[in-house]
Design a protein around this ligand. Structure first.
Ligand code: AHN
Ligand code: ZN
Length: 351
C-alpha cells in the first residue's frame, strides 16, 4: 500500500514531466516511461479497491437486551427446570419450539443419564442449527437445567429447594435465543450451532464423598461422545455460563486459555473494541469444570467459557446468590446481557 501511495505521487510527477517535455522533444523512451508508470498506477488502484471490498464492514444487527431478558424470564416462569420435573419438560418444548420459530433446524437429543446419586435423568440436549450446508461452523452453548438443590444457601432449610437458575442457566440460554432471533432476521455468513445442554448442574454437594468432577456436565459429556451429527466439527465453541448478573466480570479462564487461547483473544478483543472491558477483564483466572471442558476434551472442539467470577474470599466467586434460592430475576441485569450478546454478535457476524 505504501508503494502504491508513492507510485500515485510519482505518476503525477511523471505526467507533469511528460507534459512539459512532450511538446518539446517527444521520443519513444519518454512514452515508454509514461506507459510504465500509468500501468503501475492502474494496477495499484485496482488492488486497493479490491482490498477495500474484502474489508467491507459487515452490518451487524443490534442485539436486543429487552428481548434477551424476556427469554430469561420466560424460562424462570416455568419454575425450576430440574430434570424429570414438569417444568423441565415444558421448558424443553418451549426452547425447541422457539429455536424452530427462529428458523433453526432443531434436534432434541434425548438420553437417560445416570446421576452421581444413581438417579436416572430424562435429559434432553436441544440443538438449533443455521446454514447446515456450511462446513465453516461456530458452536455456541449454555446449560438450560436448574440445580435441584440450593445447597449454597445461607439458610440450611433451603438446601433441598431447587434453584430458580435465572443466572445459573437461563441467562446464557436467553442471550443465545436472542441471537437465534437475530439469525432469523439476518443470516450470518458462517454456519452456527446453538446447543442448550441439559444436566450440567446435577453435581454432588461439596460435602459428599467419592463423587468425581465428571458428575457435573452430564448433558455435554453425552453430546461430546454422541454428537447430533456424525463426525460433527466446528472451528471453535463458546460457552455462556452466568452472564446476566449486574456488573458481572469475566476473566480469561484457565482451560479456555489452554485449549483455545486464540478464541479467548478474539472474544476479549471484540469486547474491548465495543467498550466492554469493564465486563471482559484482561486478566487470567483458574480453571473451572464446566461444559466447555468436555467439548474440548471429548469432542476436540477448541472452546472457551465466558463465566462470571469475582474473588469474594470465602464465597464461590459466582455471586452471593449462586446455588441459593435467590438466583432469581432480581439478579439479572439487561446491561450485562447486552454486553455479552453484542460481543458475540460482533464475533459471529465477522466470521
Ligand atoms: C462447579 O462448581 C463444579 N462448576 C462450576 C460450573 C457451574 C456450576 N456452572 C454452573 N453451575
Ligand atoms: Zn450451577
Amino acid at each position: 500500500m505504501l508503494f502504491c501511495h508513492f507510485s500515485g505521487r510519482f505518476l503525477i510527477k511523471a505526467i507533469e514531466l511528460f507534459l512539459s517535455l512532450s511538446f518539446k522533444r517527444l521520443n519513444m523512451k519518454k512514452i515508454f516511461i509514461f506507459i510504465a508508470f500509468f500501468s503501475l498506477f492502474v494496477s495499484c488502484a485496482n488492488k486497493s479497491q479490491q482490498q477495500t471490498e474484502d474489508k467491507k464492514p459487515v452490518s451487524i444487527p443490534v442485539f436486543n437486551a429487552d428481548s434477551a431478558y424476556f427469554f430469561v424470564k420466560t424460562q424462570v416462569d416455568f419454575d425450576a427446570r430440574v430434570p424429570n420435573s414438569e417444568a423441565h419438560k415444558q421448558c424443553a418444548a418451549y426452547l425447541a419450539n422457539t429455536l424452530r420459530s427462529f428458523g433453526a433446524e432443531v434436534v432434541e437429543q434425548r438420553a437417560v443419564l445416570t446421576a452421581f446419586n444413581g438417579y436416572k435423568l430424562n435429559a434432553v440436549n436441544i440443538i438449533g442449527s443455521y446454514n447446515t450446508e456450511s462446513t465453516n461452523r461456530v458452536l455456541l452453548f449454555a446449560h438450560w437445567d436448574s440445580r435441584p438443590w440450593a445447597d449454597n444457601d445461607p439458610n440450611p432449610a433451603n438446601h433441598k429447594t431447587p434453584v430458580m437458575a435465572a443466572n445459573d442457566g437461563a441467562s446464557g440460554v436467553g442471550v443465545l435465543l436472542e441471537m437465534a432471533r437475530q439469525f432469523s432476521l439476518q443470516k450470518p455468513n458462517v454456519g452456527v450451532d446453538i446447543i442448550f445442554f441439559d444436566a450440567e448442574d446435577y453435581g454432588p454437594s461439596q460435602n459428599s464423598h467419592g463423587a468425581s468432577e465428571d458428575s457435573w456436565c452430564l448433558g455435554s459429556q453425552y453430546w461430546a461422545k454422541n454428537p447430533h451429527v456424525k463426525g460433527y466439527s466446528a472451528r471453535y465453541g463458546i460457552l455462556l455460563d452466568m452472564v446476566g448478573a449486574p456488573s458481572a466480570t469475566f476473566y480469561k479462564e484457565q482451560f479456555s486459555m489452554y485449549y483455545a487461547a486464540d478464541v479467548v483473544e478474539k472474544v476479549w478483543s471484540a469486547a474491548a473494541s465495543l467498550g466492554f472491558s469493564n465486563y471482559f477483564r484482561n486478566e487470567e483466572m483458574g480453571g473451572i469444570t464446566d461444559d466447555h471442558v468436555y467439548v474440548n476434551k471429548l469432542a476436540g472442539i477448541p472452546s472457551i467459557d465466558i463465566i462470571q467470577y469475582r474473588n469474594e474470599g470465602q464465597n464461590s466467586g459466582f455471586g452471593h446468590y449462586w446455588h441459593t434460592v435467590n438466583d432469581t430475576m432480581e439478579n439479572i441485569d439487561k446491561n450485562t446481557l447486552f454486553a455479552v450478546g453484542t460481543t458475540l454478535m460482533q464475533v459471529v457476524y465477522n466470521e
